[in-house]
Write a protein that binds this ligand. Sequence first.
Ligand code: ZN
Length: 255
Amino acid sequence: MNYEVVPLRALSDNYVWTIRDAKRAAVVDPGDARPVLDYLDREKLELVAILNTHHHADHVGGNSGLLARWKVPVFGPHDERIAQVTQRLRQGERCTIPHFGIELEVLEIPAHTRSHIAFHGAGMLYCGDTLFAAGCGRLFEGTPAQMHDALSRLMKLPDDTRVYCGHEYTVANVRFARAADPDNPALRELETKAKKLREQDLPTLPSTIAQEKATNPFVRVREPAVIASANRYAGKTLNDPVGVLAALREWKNSF
Ligand SMILES: [Zn+2]
């Protein structure tokens, strides 16, 4: 691999994942241009592409500021709310990051927003605000069934896929996950690891698909312990994974 992936912090807790080599860089979800411009200037890198997973301002707010300096392709969803996208992509379509030759396949995963996409390829997943370490995005424009479908499809990716999420939410997510899945030893381990990293001001990401299968209550909706917790919260017996996810999502919103 002749490139690395660097997290640039933006706004309060966003990451702008930056794929870079010695001369060039591509960025995923630049919510703010400033930290990206600072980094690229400091490292003397030329921008070659922008990738957008969804239209929220904290993911696309930096597009214009970067495009003012570099005329580069912007890969994103079919959603007019992101005016700067030059190549709109559907489920199964591919894009290639110029110069890096990294080919990424698009997965349409509506739930957090109605047009949210993820990029997958070269052992990486850029999933915006759909999948977080030990959590999932809020359902602003979608349903629990859509989120369940999205997460189920992401969990079919290879276990060692590195999961680059849009926000540093892990410690708070683990706190909720431990309430929903209290006897899960993998969660205790993740809690210790994540807290230690945050104490050193280091990112807890990327995660992996294997880690999410082991720790994320929103993908563990068939586990008896998670179902029992969701039932307790809902005050009734939920007998399908979508119902369990819906209860967890509602519980988490007020946790
Ligand atoms: Zn969002």
